[in-house]
Structures are given as structure tokens and as C-alpha cells.
Design a protein around this ligand. Sequence first.
Ligand code: ADP
Ligand code: MG
Length: 261
Amino acid sequence: MAGAEKREVIYEVKNVSKRYGSVVALDGASLKLHAGEVIGLVGDNGAGKSTLVKVLSGAHEPDGGQIFLDGEERSWSSPREALDAGIETLYQDSGLAPHLTVSQNVFLGREKTVKGLLGKLGFLARKEMEHDAHADLERVGIAVPAANRPVAQLSGGQRQAVAIGRAVSWARKVIILDEPTNHLGARQAGEVLEVIKAAKKKGLGVIFISHTLPHVLEVTDRIVVLRLGRIVKDAPTSTFTGDTLVGTITGTIQTIKVEGD
Ligand SMILES: Nc1ncnc2c1ncn2[C@@H]1O[C@H](COP(=O)(O)OP(=O)(O)O)[C@@H](O)[C@H]1O
Ligand SMILES: [Mg+2]
């Protein structure tokens, strides 16, 4: 039973698998994400992190296993469906449209809702969107230059900040960040970590994928380690040191017996 301090499980996968031809990318992975919890998902290249993200975000249907949102079994036939259910995903490349402005990017794909709210007042809708975009990004702790500037004029770090701000401000339940601090300077990466903390405060469940282990250790509540498509460790962040985390990822620290080892 969910007690007062015990946050409820918002998103869960049970025993999900995914193969690409003869490659088993994900082999019976199970994961529980609670409201207000940040999970770090780590593993070497090819461990299956992005594949798990694609299953969680509706980009791939798993070959086997189950997905539960708020305790209800679901299946996603497209990323749009997962998005509509409150699951936001930020992929390695942020997917911003360079020729559009910051505010247009923040509202990209959601214009219909905005139009629905504001009717045919095109000019007003644009102003309103610029204002809202700025407010949304500020609320999640992101300082961006004028919302009416094209994204192409922003630095890489600023673009990433807009992409993350966009995802966090729209996410209603879950946000998945696949290596969001790649290619960022130390200060900008620090800002991304602050945004993750803001998302957690908002009660979102966060899945954070990164190779920068100090970031993972700083910002997560729990760490899930994938190796060769399997979850080999799922434990509170406080139980890891930098060294034991590296050992668990590379396999020098044995966790479970992996078949065929
Ligand atoms: N579209 C694909 N087609 C074939 N194999 C793939 C594809 N995507 C990933 N893989 C393979 O699946 C495994 C897991 O990859 P991935 O989930 O991208 O790992 P990670 O994100 O941890 O680096 C790897 O062996 C990779 O080569
Ligand atoms: Mg990946």
C-alpha cells in the first residue's frame, strides 16, 4: 500500500525484450519509476540503454513484456501516444527545428492546443506563445535569450537547454533524457542537472542516461545498470561509489550470473 512518504509507481516495464534481427538488444528488462524519482540508466555502448528508452517512449514496440502507466497496462503504437499519455523523451540529438524560433520550438507539435485556446487571433497567439515559452523555460530554471530568436542563432548549449526546458515544461508524468549533457560545457551541464532537480520537485519521474558518472551520482536517487541487454543492478545511488559503479558497468564487479558467461 502506498503510504504517505512512499511515492507511487507511475511507470513500469516488466520483462521487456527487443531484438534487431539476431541481436538481442534488450533481454527481459524490468524497471519501476516512482513519482518524484530520478533514475540513472547507465551501461557501456551497446548495453541497450537507447533501446530501452525507445520502448519506454513508444518508438519501438517490445517483442515481449508489459508496460504499465499508473498501474494500468498500456502499449504504445507510436511516440505520439506515449507523449499524449504524459511521457516526454529527449533524444541524443535534440530534434529542435533550427529555422523556427525558441517559442515556436517550445510549442512545436502542440500548436493545435494553443490555437484551440486562442482561436483565430494569429498575432495574439504568437505573442502569447512567446510569452508562455519564456515563462515555461524560466519556471524550469532555464535562462534563454528572447523567445522570438531563431534556434539557429543559439549556441549548442542554449539549444539543448531549450530542448530540455521544452520537454520538462510539457511532461505531465515522465521525462526521459538520453544523454542530455553530451557536448555541453561544465556550466551548461550543471544547468541541465538543475533542470532535472526541478523536474523531480515537480513530481515527475525522470530517467537520466549519461556516461558522465559524477553527474549520475549527483542527481539520481537510484541507478540501473544495463549490460548486454540485461539489467544487472538496480540499487539506491547512495550504495554506489564512483569505483563500484564503473566496475558494475564494465562487469569487473559481478552482480548476477549472466547466462553464457
Ligand atoms: N536499429 C538497430 N538495428 C540493429 N541493431 C541495433 C539497432 N539499434 C541498436 N542495435 C543494437 O542493439 C544493441 C543495443 O544498442 P543500444 O540500445 O543503442 O545501446 P546503448 O544505447 O546502450 O549504446 C547494440 O548491440 C546495437 O548495436
Ligand atoms: Mg544510446
